[in-house]
Design a protein around this ligand. Structure first.
Ligand code: DAH
Length: 363
């Protein structure tokens, strides 16, 4: 190199730089946002630094050219000096420009990668909530508790005595048929009605007693939109001296007032249950139309609440209560059936499938 003519040495240094610098040319003005990754830009900046050392550093070809200036013939020195200066200026300007654009790009990219968007909505923890049947059960409990009733929670696995015998349904009685349930090999059965708790409560508490017993019951029913082998009832029992059918009617009337509103009326239809005498089915006037008839009450104006009646003396006796001294009334209501009515569910099984998309609507 050094035996080359000084002008040519400068020219060679410039060319060598230009060829190394070529790939940086697109970034001279700026680096357009999004064209490089942050790490790629940082890498290029490092490589540009190496380029600077190689072409503008102390050991660069250009530095060697500068040293030549003093040795050039005086009459050529000024023009050679200019040539070297121009070359140096071109190289450093090019390097500075690209360094500037890369720095600017890196700064913005770093800020973006490290920034936190405080306006992004937080992730809401999924909170659980009560099942619609539980909500319904609690509303019913609240009403009866305020009327002076205790809430009994009793066993779901029963003996024949509590599920049938004590309730005046002896072996072979036709009332056992619609209450066919699931039996264990040890002679137990899943209770088919919450009426079992009437017996337990009277045995435990004696008389007088006022209690309700919400809970699960089981029957050998084929599932369909209005049946499920497991469902929920709430039993009611009031035993005291001088209890009459008027108390039963007044109590259930008050109950539907509180549950559905003060305009709600009740209707008692004669019926039959082995454990009550007389027995009645209770209806209430439709909470939606109030009487004229609509889709919810199937155009009858009335919705069935459940069964009721005056406790049969045989039941009092089976539970150890003196049937001469005490009388009582009882009732049994379907919790899930009422729930399905209120929420207009066309399939009661929705309440038992536990699909969160369904349940979330009852928050
Ligand atoms: N246990 C009855 C059933 O499951 C409902 C019932 C009717 C309960 C009349 C009662 C009652 O307490 O008095 O169908």
């Amino acid at each position: 190199m050094s035996d080359q003519k000084p002008d040519l040495q400068v020219e060679a240094a410039r060319r060598a730089f230009e060829s190394d610098f070529e790939r940086f040319v697109p970034f001279r003005k700026s680096v357009s946002p999004g064209t490089l990754s942050l790490s790629r830009a940082e890498q290029l900046a490092r490589e540009l630094g190496e380029l600077r050392t190689r072409h503008a550093g102390k050991k660069a070809a250009l530095a060697a050219c500068k040293k030549l200036i003093g040795r050039i013939q005086p009459e050529e020195r000024a023009s050679f000096g200019q040539l070297v200066q121009q070359a140096e200026a071109a190289i450093t300007t090019a390097l500075d420009e690209v360094e500037g654009s890369l720095k600017a790009f890196i700064e913005v990219a770093r800020l973006e990668s490290e920034s936190i968007d405080v306006t992004i909505p937080g992730r809401r923890p999924r909170a659980g909530h009560l099942h619609p049947i539980t909500l319904m059960r609690e509303r019913i409990e609240d009403i009866f508790v305020s009327l002076g009733y205790v809430v009994e929670d009793d066993r779901e696995i029963e003996t024949d005595f509590y599920n049938f015998e004590a309730l005046n349904i002896p072996e072979g009685h036709p009332a056992r048929d619609p209450q066919d349930t699931f039996y264990t090999t040890e002679g137990f059965a899943l209770r088919s009605q919450t009426s079992t708790v009437q017996i337990h409560a009277m045995q435990r508490r004696g008389a007088p007693v006022r209690m309700i017993a919400p809970g699960r019951v089981f029957r050998r029913d084929t599932p369909d939109p209005t049946h499920n082998p497991m469902f929920f009832q709430v039993e009611g029992l009031c035993v005291d001296r001088g209890i009459t059918m008027a108390h039963l009617k007044g109590t259930l009337q008050e109950f539907v007032h509180r549950l559905f509103g003060p305009e709600t009326r009740t209707r008692f239809r004669p019926s039959y249950f082995p454990f009550t005498e007389p027995s009645a089915e209770v209806d209430y006037s439709c909470f939606n139309c109030g009487g004229p008839g609509c889709r919810i009450c199937k155009w009858s104006g009335w919705i069935e609440l459940g069964g009721s009646g005056m406790v049969h003396p045989n039941v009092l006796r089976a539970a150890g209560i003196d049937a001469e001294e005490f009388t009582g009334f009882a009732f049994g209501l379907g919790i899930d059936r009422t729930c399905a009515r209120i929420y207009e569910l066309d399939d009661i099984r929705l309440l038992f499938e536990n699909d969160v998309r369904f349940l979330e609507q009852f928050r």
